[in-house]
Design a protein around this ligand. Structure first.
Ligand code: ADP
Ligand code: ASP
Ligand code: MG
Length: 814
């Protein structure tokens, strides 16, 4: 004899029921089968909804009833297009009785637990009947046995306890004389000793199957469901979750107790002592291996076997200095909860005994508050303890594994990875047996927490980065293209899974929770929603993905003003926009502090020298204990371009125009030519060296003509360049007569910074700087005379994009 159980989805449509029948037909070739079935998927919920509606005098219960009826009728007709009169007749009569029951509830305005059990029983009664009759119609030897005649319980309605003595005997007696090969039994439903209909608790069909398997001492119990086994974590919330091949009874119990719905927690009890393995299989993919639950130990996946979660949790905290001295405190507390039938899922107690924290289901929170405050009324009045504190909107997540106790540092890893992703942990409990570590967190963080922990314990080899890019102009576009091109390489070689989740330009924005398809991102963006900086932020926040990174490829102050908001959500920032780092010192410092506090890196390597590793090198020098003595640098690709091309055969105006056309200057060339852009860069380097300095502290000797300095528009500025050609030619002539090259130089020394155009003599490292190259020389305690020099292309869309890309990858290697 084999015992199989098919869940709601498995019997949720005619197509799936056909799958079930095929499986049964195959299995029946080797011997008799006991097959437990759930109600048709979703029907139990609908029955309860109809009951609630009727109780609330809401006429809609009739519509809900009609949906239930239609669902059953269509399944029956699809499965049995002919010869269906008898089945439909029986089902019609059952449904009439159900309707009368609902009308009764409507009339008396009341739905007791006892009536509720009677009501939901129709789900399994109908499904088991229609499946058994369909199988018979197919010519197989089958019959339906109502489990209410076998499984006997107490009268604890909605979650009754089984009387095994009577139940086992009933089951054994029945099957010893059953003639049919396939016996279909309704799961979940039972009967009390006094004959009332009871149920075993939501999800209880698994339990019915286990009771039958144990009573008949079969070799194996199979639970057929809609997923291919018990997964490392809930597959609906974590895409990377995968089925666990083997798991112990204890681990399976622990995982299901903490929310892995795939198995109803009490299911393990009846089969545990008899060593009957439970095999979880997928009706929709019968060839997949599934999960075997047994007492065999398996450590194949490491010490953590799975991660589960329970939502709708409330945390109760009772605290007060007088708690220590109150006689029988815990006894009174737990007795009160037990009297109220409140199930305590988790307990933590501070070692000082000044407070105790309990996790319960949110629906019980109000009752708990009233009952506990009442029982400790005197102590509260005497200020010995505080009224009960109730927090709601919480969830529990638990790491489970029999062998966790033998491994060091698992909880450390768990909490540090949650912390890094800004998941606030409200309470922690670790079972004495260390088979489980539980944390209470905000419900809206569950998905992120599960994904983070899953990555940490089951995919430690790949790290997912979720990128939100704003600004897809010249540089941004190259960045997206580079990401597109390198995606596979990063995954294969660096174990980084880089996903672009959001893209925005000034007009439109698009999002893809599972990563945008970058093959035609431009077209997608064109038909995206209207862009808004705040909207982009809100979306990134709402998605609440782990390792989120906001990439600012604009030069826009309004974007820079949002960094603090992003950091506060633990979203890292990668920016080529210089505005934030060169803004007021207090703001720069605030961003640095937020970055530390919220574990959200703030990287801006491209602010100086585009893709050249200038800031990273500086940080490494400082971090390794070196002291910066001075920095001398040529940091403007635009000014280099201008002065490398300007001579006595060209016109200054033409060269500046050309630089603009080739993308070497900002749209407003004054930002480059006035030296402001270079001043910002040396400011950032000075700050990164540890100096408190502001933009106005930087000495800026301009080479522009007076009219150029005073111009109040871009056009006006260009006109001054034409008019003041002689002024610029004079600069060139002077340099030439001194055998020098003109370079725009930034300096930082003794806490002071300056920028100015200088005549550089032959032999100086700056003399031969070509094109738009940048050069930075760091004089430090370790490099006092021969500076550390970084030189190379310091402007251009491609190198800037690759600098941004390098910052993003740096986050992946964290
Ligand atoms: P059935 O109706 O077959 O009894 P359930 O809905 O009760 O099915 O249980 C299966 C569901 O359990 C899956 O569809 C999945 O959403 C959920 N689930 C939660 N945690 C896990 C887990 N760790 N492994 C597998 N499934 C899980
Ligand atoms: N039909 C019941 C429920 O939905 C029992 C089960 O499916 O296991 O809870
Ligand atoms: Mg179930």
């Amino acid at each position: 004899m084999k015992v199989l159980k098919f869940g709601g989805t498995s019997v949720g449509s005619s197509k799936n029921i056909n799958n079930v029948i095929n499986i049964l037909e195959n299995y029946s070739k080797t011997g008799p089968l006991a097959c437990v079935v759930s109600a048709v998927g979703g029907i139990t919920d609908k029955l309860l909804l109809a009951g609630k509606q009727a109780q609330n005098k809401d006429q809609q219960f009739l519509e809900t009833f009609q949906l239930i009826k239609d669902k059953h009728f269509s399944i029956i007709q699809e499965l049995n297009p002919v010869n269906n009169q008898e089945i439909l007749g029986y089902v019609e009569r059952q449904l009439e009785a159900l309707k009368s029951l609902l009308e009764g509830i409507y009339l008396i305005n009341e739905l007791s637990p006892k009536t509720s059990d009677k009501l939901v029983s129709y789900g399994e009664l109908l499904s088991s009947f229609l499946i058994a009759e369909t199988i018979k119609n197919r010519g197989l030897s089958a019959d339906r046995k109502n489990a209410q005649e076998l499984v006997v319980t107490n009268s604890n309605f909605t979650k009754a306890e089984v009387d095994y003595q009577i139940t086992n005997k009933n089951i054994q007696d029945y099957f010893s004389s059953a003639k049919q090969t396939i016996t279909i039994l309704p799961g979940f439903i039972a009967r009390s000793k006094s004959g009332e209909q009871t149920t075993l608790g939501r999800g209880g069909s698994d339990f019915t199957a286990a009771i039958i398997a144990a009573a008949l001492k079969v070799d194996q119990l199979e639970i057929w469901t809609d997923v291919s086994g018990m997964y490392t974590t809930n597959p609906k919330l974590v895409k990377q979750a995968y089925p666990i091949e083997k798991i112990s009874y204890q681990e399976a119990m622990e995982l299901s107790h903490f929310g892995a719905k795939v198995l109803y927690p009490p299911t393990v009890q009846p089969v545990l002592n008899l060593n009957i393995p439970i095999h979880i299989k997928n009706t929709l993919a019968p060839n997949e291996a599934g999960t075997v639950i047994s007492n065999e130990d398996s450590d194949a996946n490491g010490p953590v076997k799975g991660i589960s979660n329970i939502n709708n949790i409330a945390l109760l905290t009772l605290e007060g200095s007088g708690m220590v001295g109150i006689p029988g405190f815990s006894k009174r507390l737990f007795e009160t909860l037990s009297q109220e039938k409140i199930n305590v899922i988790m307990i933590t107690q501070a070692s000082s005994e000044h407070s105790i924290c309990l996790g319960i289901e949110e629906k019980d929170a109000e009752n708990a508050k009233v009952a506990i405050d009442a029982i400790f009324e005197n102590e509260i009045a005497l200020n010995k303890i505080e009224p009960l504190i109730v927090e709601t909107g919480l969830s529990m997540i638990a790491l489970v594994g029999d062998n966790m106790k033998n491994h060091q540092g698992i909880s450390g890893k768990m909490f540090s990875s949650l912390g890094k992703n800004n998941v606030n942990v409200r309470a922690i409990a670790q079972g004495a047996s260390e088979k489980n570590i539980t944390a209470v967190i905000t419900e809206s963080d569950v998905k992120k927490a599960l994904n983070t922990l899953h990555e940490q314990f089951f995919e430690s080899k790949t790290k997912q980065l979720n990128v939100f890019i704003t600004g897809v102009g010249n540089v941004g576009e190259r960045l997206v293209e580079q990401i597109k091109q390198q995606k596979k390489y990063l995954k294969d070689n660096l174990k980084i899974k880089l996903r672009v989740i959001g893209l925005s330009n000034s007009r439109k924005m698009i999002f893809g929770e599972h990563g945008l398809d970058l093959s035609n991102w431009k077209e997608q963006l064109e038909s995206g929603e209207t862009a808004s900086l705040q909207g982009f932020f809100e979306k990134a926040k709402a998605l609440n993905l782990r390792n989120s990174i906001f990439v600012d490829v604009t030069a826009n102050k309004n974007v820079a003003d949002l960094y603090a908001q992003y950091l506060r959500e633990s979203i890292a920032i990668v920016a080529c926009n210089k505005i934030a780092c060169s803004s007021d010192y207090e703001n720069y410092k605030l961003l640095k502090r937020l970055s530390l506090k919220y574990n959200a890196p703030f990287l801006f390597e491209t602010n100086v020298g585009a893709g050249l590793p200038v800031i990273d090198t500086l940080r490494n020098l400082v971090a390794s204990g070196d002291k910066i003595k001075s920095i001398q640098a040529v940091l403007s690709g635009s000014l280099n371009f201008v002065f490398n091309n300007f001579n006595d055969t060209t016109k200054f105006y033409d060269i500046v125009k050309q630089a603009g056309a080739e993308g070497y200057t900002e749209p407003d060339p004054r930002i480059d030519l006035s030296g402001v852009d270079v001043a910002r860069k040396i400011l950032i380097l000075a700050r990164e060296s540890g100096v408190k300095i502001n933009l106005e502290d930087i000495e800026n000797t301009s080479f522009l003509s007076e009219a150029g300095l005073k111009s109040d528009s871009v056009d006006d500025f260009y006109n001054t360049l034409i008019a003041d050609e002689a002024h610029y030619q004079k600069l060139y002539a002077s340099a030439k007569s001194n055998h020098c090259q003109l370079k725009y130089v930034a300096k930082f020394e003794d806490g002071k910074a300056s920028v100015s155009l200088q005549e550089i003599p032959e032999g100086h490292p700056f003399y031969n700087l070509e094109g738009s190259d940048n050069i930075v020389m760091f004089y430090t305690e370790r490099y006092p005379t021969n500076p550390m020099i970084i030189k190379g292309a310091g402007a251009g869309a491609d190198v800037t994009a690759s600098g941004l890309f390098a910052d993003i990858i740096r986050l992946g290697n964290d």
